[in-house]
Ligand binder design. Sequence first.
Ligand code: ATP
Length: 243
Amino acid sequence: MLKIENLHVEVGGKEVIHGIDLQIPEGETHVLMGPNGSGKTTLLRSIMGFSNYTVTEGRILFRGHDVTELPLHERARYGMGMMFQRPPTIAGLKLGKLLDVMSGGTPAKAYEYAETMNMSTFLERDLNANFSGGEIKRSEVLQLLVQQPDFVMLDEPESGVDLENIALIGKAIARLVDKDRHIVNRQKSGLIITHTGFIMDYLEADAGHMLCDGMIRCHGNPREILKVIQERGYQECIECAKV
Ligand SMILES: Nc1ncnc2c1ncn2[C@@H]1O[C@H](COP(=O)(O)OP(=O)(O)OP(=O)(O)O)[C@@H](O)[C@H]1O
């Protein structure tokens, strides 16, 4: 589904991603871990095609198409989607209206998802206006459920969310990436940034990657990588990767 080759990315006048190779096959969901400031958000935004992230070397292939030079909206049209960490407030645009547009003529299904995400009472509110941190996350996941991207990227979906809503969001994300389906029927893929690994209580990630200083230092079983980080810190991962 996604193949990244020797990706270098510059943002704010400096190189933040220094040559990343990554492959996520159809039907797989991977997690991305790493210390603060290591480049995780930059990597996700570069894959999605945010305009201020400049690819200086390497390429991004999505379903075999080279999307490296494509603008964000064209990548979205190809089937890529992303949960925004701090989406803008849009006065005058009701969440319900946005879902109508996103659903492409099937608003009933969108309202059903709104019910599932406990967002029915938010449909008449301006997008993100005074939404709490947890409500913004639920609203973002709701929009992704309505859009149904083939490949979804989520930046710390569990951060700042209370325990009950982590369960709600976790189950919805599992559904988004086809983890509620039998392994042979999974067609969607995902890439999820996590510090805590809580999201893995709701979906079994197929692989994990540890990013440090703009480079992927370790690939492998996500729970094993998380355990090493928890018990021995990031430095052990970095030292180990040098061997
Ligand atoms: N627009 C920008 N201008 C200048 N520097 C930037 C910009 N965006 C990101 N950076 C820098 O790039 C580095 C990587 O940032 P990024 O947000 O990708 O890290 P992260 O791994 O997602 O961190 P965290 O775990 O704290 O969310 C940081 O040093 C950050 O300050």
